[in-house]
Design a protein around this ligand. Structure first.
Ligand SMILES: [Zn+2]
Length: 63
């Protein structure tokens, strides 16, 4: 017997697995954690990245 899948299950944005009701929209606490880390590091990375780019891309080299 097959049940029609009318309601598409939301996929976990981290790994693409079907989300678990307990950890919506993620499939597990682990993925929820990963997303949180990304979110946090993304926020904190903004000031750090600019500083980093200075020495990499905008490095005025003498030639
Ligand atoms: Zn996941």
């Amino acid at each position: 017997m097959t049940t029609p899948d009318d309601t598409p299950k939301p996929a976990c944005p981290i790994c693409g697995k079907p989300a678990a009701p307990d950890f919506k929209p993620f499939c597990s606490k682990r993925c929820a954690d990963v997303d949180l880390q990304r979110w946090l590091s993304g926020r904190y990375a903004i000031p750090g990245r600019e500083e980093d780019a200075f020495g990499q891309d905008d490095g005025s080299r003498e030639e």
